[in-house]
Design a protein around this ligand. Sequence first.
Ligand code: HAM
Length: 415
Amino acid sequence: MASNYQAPRGTFDVLPADARARRRIEAVAAAIFARAGYETIATPAFEDTELFERGVGRSTDIVRKEMFTFEDKGGRSVTLRPEGTAPICRAYLEHGMHKLAQPVKLAYAGPFFRHERPQAGRYRQFHQIGVEAIGTDSPLADAEAIALLAELLAELGVPGVELRLGSLGSPGTRAAYLEELKAHLRANEGELSKEVRERIEINPLRAFDADDDGTRAVMASAPTLLERLEGEDADHFAEVRALLEAAGVAFTIDPTLVRGLDYYTRTIFSFVCAGLGAQSEVGGGGRYDGLIEQLGGPPTPAVGWATGVERILLALGESEEAVGRDVFVVVAEDDPKWRATASLLAMELRRAGLSAEVDLGGRALKGQLKQADRVGARQALILEGDGAQLRDMKSGQQRSVDTGNLVEEIAGGGA
Ligand code: HAM
C-alpha cells in the first residue's frame, strides 16, 4: 500500500539494484583516480550562498534560478551546493593547500542540488563524480583530466560517447569577443527569441545554446571565439589538442561550445552520449584559471570536470545483479532453540569472512530453502538432530558435514 508521501519532485530513492550499479561506478572511478594520484576530498552539502554567487557567477541560470537557498536559524543565507568546484576551491584556500607542492589533485563524489524542471536525466538532487587539478596551467593537466574522464566512461562501458572540445581563451580575448558578439546579436535583434534578446547584455554566449529557428539562423553567421584566440591562448589550445591526439583520445572541435558556469577560461569540454536524449551531456568541465583569485586567493590556474552518475546509469541502461551468499543456515525443525543456534552460527561464519544468512521470517523448512534460493545462496546448511547437511543449491545434492569444521566445509564449495 502506498503511503501518503512521495519522494520530493525531482528526487528519487536509490533501491538496492540501483545501489549496486552505483557502487560499481564509484569503485571503477576510485581505482582510476588512485592510479592517477587524485586524492579524495569531501565538502559540506551546503555553503554560504555568496560562494556560489561569486564562484559560479550571478548571470548563470544556476545562480539566477536553480539554487536551493534558505536562511538558517542564525539568519545566514546558505545554499545546497549546485556544483563542487567552487566549494573545493574554498576548501583549497581555507586549508592552505596553495602552500603545498602544486598541483593539488583532488577527486570527489556526492549529491548536488539544482532546482531545475525535472525530466529524464535531470533531477533536483543528483550525483556527480569529479576531479580538480589545482595549481597548474600546463596543457598536460587539461589532457590528463580529459583522458581520465574518457577512460572512466570507456571502462564503465558507456556506449556512443563523443568528446567535444573548445576554448574560451583568457578574459581579455573573451571580453573583446563578447562585444563583437553582442554587436552581431543587436544587429539581428528582430530574429532572436525573446529570451535571447533579453539577455544579450547579460549572457550573449548562451545564444549558441538556443533551439528556436530564428536565433539559430542568426548564430550560424555569428563570429566564434575560437576564431579570435591568439598568442598563448591559441598555443595552449593547440597543445591540448596535440596531447589528446597523441593519447588516442578522439574529439571534435566545437567552436560554439558553451558551459553553464562563468568560471571557465581556455579549455572547455563536454562528453555527450546520443542515447541520452535531451540531457545528452554525460560529463564535462574545463579550465578555470581565475576562480581561486575571484574567491580571494592568489592567482591559481586549475582544471577539472564532473560527470553525472544518473546520466551514466541511464546510458548504461542496466542494473547490477545481486551478489549471492556463501551459505544460508536452515533449521529442519521449527524450534526456537534451533533457530537461535542457526542465528549464532551465521554470526560466527560471518566473523570467519563468509557471507551467511538465516531465516528471520519464521518459515518452515521448505520456505527457508526457497528463501535461500531467492537470495542467491550457493549452499544451504541444514541443521538437524546432532548433525548438519550441506546442500548445493544448484544441483540439489546434499552431504553430511563435520560440524567442528564448518568454515572449511562451506568455503570448500557445495556437495
Ligand atoms: P556541470 O556541467 O554543471 O559542471 O555538471 C556536470 C555534470 O553533472 C553534467 O555533465 C551532468 O552529467 C550532471 N548534471 C548536471 N546537472 C544535472 C541535473 N540537474 N540532473 C542530473 N545530472 C546533472 C559542473 O558542475 C562543474 N563543477 C564541472 C567542473 C569541475 N568544471 C571544472 N571542474
